[in-house]
Structure formats: structure tokens, C-alpha cells
Write a protein that binds this ligand. Structure first.
Ligand SMILES: Nc1ncnc2c1ncn2[C@@H]1O[C@H](COP(=O)(O)OP(=O)(O)O)[C@@H](O)[C@H]1O
Ligand SMILES: [Mg+2]
Length: 281
């Protein structure tokens, strides 16, 4: 087992990623960013805050004490190699993993051990389900109504769906069409739109561009930009590091279940190590 107590923030400078260590075993991140740095990136008032999170699946530990701070209306993008635990961070926020230590708070309220339905309904956190989660035989509008399954009445879900149609004409024009007739990019937008029916404050988005043709990637990011304009707080994982970091206010590099680097999206885009490892240049 790993040492899971919190490291002394005073002793952790901003970066600790070494390329040689990347594929290696054991503790890869020598010194990650300090908690003060993460709080500063979140504008010193995080809406969503993870501290010292140790989490995994069953007995397997995947995240070894990570911190993540994001302010209201900010977008944070996690990048890192396959298997680093990026999706597990989102799973942990939403209640899909086993939490062994640490805390998750929204607006200073401890939500660490709330179930997923409570997270959606009471804490305003929505998880955009990964690709191919639309119901292909249902119409677009029926798919959106499904997004309101936790609402007190179907009328409320329908009213919320109308607001979404008003904002996204692309979906409205086809509201009575079967979702199975949509292109991959349009389906992804429907998946994001469905998560909006509950009017969440925080959206967790895992690999929105994966498997999409380039022209649809732009369309999906336009929708994400629009959500930012609406003041939504976004935590995303994106394997297209360039796109993700261009979009996000904050970027974190996750390596072997630890935060190796953190900065503004722009900082990370300019960082030579990030460039070499994740931007293909
Ligand atoms: N639902 C799950 N059940 C068991 N193990 C999982 C599950 N999801 C991911 N893992 C494991 O957790 C580790 C981290 O995976 P993941 O968070 O998906 O990484 P990433 O998203 O960075 O590629 C991997 O070893 C993976 O096999
Ligand atoms: Mg993943």
C-alpha cells in the first residue's frame, strides 16, 4: 500500500513530472503542485473541491491522494496517459468509485459519500454519460425527457427540455426524429443536452471528442463553450490535450493516480514537457 497521508503543501513545488519516470513503477510524481497553487488557480474560492482523495474500485487503489479545486464558472481539463485515473476522478466526484480517504465538497458542503442520485438532485452535479448512451429508438425529445427522471413530475422534465430546445435549434428541428438517425457528433450533443435537463451547476464530461470526425469535434466544443457562458462549472477529461487545454481555464496533468502538474490551460499549452508528452510536438 502507498502512503496515503497528505503531503506537506509547503514542501510541494508546482511540478514534478519527469519523462523518464512516466512509464515506470512506483511513485512517479516526486513533487506535485502545492494546494495553495491549486486554490489560486480556482480564483481562491473553489466551488468544487477535492482534498487528499484516495479512491479506486473495490480494494484496488487508483488515486493516491489527489487535490482538485475549481471555481464557479471555470472549466478544468484533466490530461494524462491512459490508465492514469482521469475517469476515476470523475467517477469519484459522481459516486461511481470506492472512496477510501479524503473529501469532496461543493460550496463547502461535504458530498463525499452521497449517492449519485443525490449528487445530481441535491448537489447539482451531472455526469455526461460516455458515447453511445442515447436511446436510439426513442425520439430526441424522449431522450431529453429521460434526463429529468429524478424530477418531481414529468411536466417539469418537459419544461426543462423546452428550454434546451430553445437554446439548441439543431436538436429542436429534429425533436420527433429517432435519436438513432443522428450523426456521432449530434449524438454527443444530445448526451450533453440530456445532462442539462436537471439544471446542474457542475458538469463532468469524459472525453467529449473521442471517436468524432474533426468537423464534429468543433461542434461539441462550441456547445461546451456555450455552457461556460451560461456559468456552468465543468470538469472534463480530454485525450485531445490541445483542444481540451485551449478550452479550459485550468489544466491538470494526472500521472499514475497523482497530480503531476497544474496551471492555466495556456500555461500547460506552452509547457515544453506537456508539448512533448501530450501535444505531439
Ligand atoms: N469500473 C472499473 N472497475 C475496475 N477498475 C477500473 C474501472 N474503471 C477503471 N478501472 C481501472 O482503474 C485504472 C484507472 O483507469 P481510468 O480512471 O479509466 O484511467 P484513464 O481515464 O486515465 O484512462 C485502470 O487500471 C483501470 O483498469
Ligand atoms: Mg478514461
Amino acid at each position: 500500500m502507498r502512503e496515503t497521508s497528505l503531503p506537506d503543501p509547503e514542501r510541494r513545488p508546482e511540478r514534478g513530472l519527469t519523462a523518464e519516470a512516466l512509464p515506470g513503477e512506483g511513485r512517479v510524481v516526486k513533487e506535485g503542485p502545492s494546494r495553495e497553487r491549486l486554490t489560486a488557480l480556482a480564483g481562491n474560492s473553489p466551488l468544487l473541491r477535492i482534498d487528499g482523495l484516495v479512491a479506486g474500485y473495490g480494494k484496488m487503489e487508483v488515486l493516491h491522494g489527489i487535490d482538485l479545486h475549481v471555481g464557479a464558472g471555470q472549466a478544468l481539463c484533466l490530461i494524462g496517459p491512459n490508465g492514469a485515473g482521469k475517469s476515476t476522478v470523475l467517477h469519484s466526484i459522481y459516486g461511481f468509485s470506492t472512496i477510501m480517504g479524503g473529501s469532496i465538497t461543493v460550496d463547502s458542503r461535504d458530498i463525499t459519500r452521497l449517492g449519485s442520485n443525490e449528487k445530481l438532485k441535491a448537489a447539482g452535479i451531472a455526469y455526461v454519460l460516455q458515447h453511445n448512451s442515447v436511446f436510439p429508438d426513442m425520439t430526441l425529445e424522449e431522450n431529453l425527457w429521460m434526463g429529468g427522471f429524478l424530477m418531481d413530475s414529468p411536466q417539469k422534465a418537459k419544461a426543462a427540455a423546452e428550454k434546451i430546445f430553445a437554446r439548441y435549434p439543431l436538436l429542436k428541428e429534429r425533436r420527433r426524429q429517432r435519436a438513432g438517425t443522428l450523426s456521432g457528433g449530434e449524438r454527443r450533443i444530445l448526451e450533453i443536452a440530456r445532462s442539462l435537463v436537471m439544471e446542474p451547476r457542475i458538469l463532468l464530461v469524459d472525453e467529449p471528442s473521442i471517436g468524432l470526425e474533426p468537423r464534429y469535434i468543433g461542434m461539441v466544443f462550441e456547445v461546451l463553450e456555450d455552457l461556460k457562458r451560461q456559468g456552468k462549472t465543468i470538469v472534463m477529461v480530454e485525450q485531445n490535450a490541445k483542444k481540451g487545454l485551449q478550452f479550459a481555464d485550468i489544466g491538470y496533468v494526472l500521472v499514475s493516480g497523482e497530480i503531476a502538474m497544474a496551471g492555466t490551460g495556456k500555461d500547460l499549452l506552452r509547457d515544453p514537457e506537456v508539448g512533448r508528452l501530450f501535444l505531439g510536438g
